[in-house]
Design a binder for this molecule. Structure first.
Ligand SMILES: CC(C)(COP(=O)(O)OP(=O)(O)OC[C@H]1O[C@@H](n2cnc3c(N)ncnc32)[C@H](O)[C@@H]1OP(=O)(O)O)[C@@H](O)C(=O)NCCC(=O)NCCS
Length: 234
């Protein structure tokens, strides 16, 4: 076993926890882990607004929290997601930067991925960055990553029927409709949520091919390439 004393260079957190070293680029977009240094900027973006107050695109209405509380909840959510990351159940919630500016998040969440080979995508952008094609491009990037580099067999998504932008992104990226479910959205409010499914041949790719850094270590971390020793994911 390699000990700290044997190592010629100090390890980084990404060496220990590979999702922190994963970087997906697609033209002007960069998708990478949200570090503690990014969280305050992400909270500012969320508190500036993601949707009109009377609407609610999220199944859990986290954006209804008042400012301050919303920021704390956002920080705790990202810490929780990171802390709960295991090969059996992982949620990869990446920040999205466009030309170096933080614009939102793009996630993929799954359990028992080695068996199911499926994952649910979810995303949001700060309002001032919406309607410019970024949502489509970041979804295309995460789907290409999951199919090309993680050997996913399908991806799913869901959007309320009164969220035309999200439904339009799913349609443009190639997802097909997979039923409608009745959900409670805000307390006491019924909302219809359309399920969507995408398989590799249907993916409509973006104009910019993706490039991935940190892939071998990330694949090992989710159990795709069995690790051969304690430091093999490095
Ligand atoms: C959903 C979201 C990520 C999409 O990102 P985006 O950058 O705004 O989307 P794009 O600009 O790539 O594409 C939006 C598409 O929706 C269409 N659209 C937007 N509003 C629409 C409306 N009211 N009716 C019909 N189509 C609409 C646009 O015309 C565009 O399609 P087009 O390029 O064919 O014209 C973003 O709007 C967002 O963060 N919304 C709030 C949070 C959210 O809804 N998250 C998803 C939860 S399921």
């Amino acid at each position: 076993m390699t000990t700290a004393k044997d190592r010629s260079t100090a390890r980084t957190l990404a060496d220990i926890f590979p999702m922190l070293g994963l970087i997906i680029t697609a033209g002007p977009l960069t998708l990478r882990a949200i570090t503690d240094d990014d969280l305050a900027a992400l909270c500012d973006l969320a508190e500036e607004g993601i949707h009109p107050a009377e609407q609610m695109p999220f199944a859990f209405p986290w954006t209804d929290a008042p400012a301050g509380e919303l920021a704390r909840n956002t920080v705790q959510y990202h810490w929780r997601v990171r802390a709960g990351f295991t090969p059996a159940a992982w949620s990869l919630q990446l920040g999205v930067w466009r030309d170096g500016e933080l614009v939102g998040t793009q996630g993929i969440e799954t359990s028992n991925f080695l068996v199911t080979r499926t994952g649910e995508t979810g995303s949001w952008l700060g309002r001032r960055f919406q309607g410019r094609g970024i949502g489509t491009a970041m979804r295309q990037a995460i789907c290409a990553f999951a199919f090309d580099h993680l050997e996913a067999t399908e991806l799913t998504s869901g959007a309320f029927l009164d969220n035309p932008a999200s439904l339009a992104v799913s349609r443009k990226v190639g997802y097909t409709e997979n039923g409608v479910v009745r959900m409670q959205r805000r307390p006491g409010e019924l909302a219809l949520n359309r399920h969507l499914v995408l398989r590799p041949p249907q993916l409509v790719r973006g104009p910019d091919p993706i490039e991935v850094d940190g892939l071998p270590a990330f694949r090992a971390a989710i159990g795709l390439d069995p690790a051969s020793g304690p430091d093999s994911a490095r």
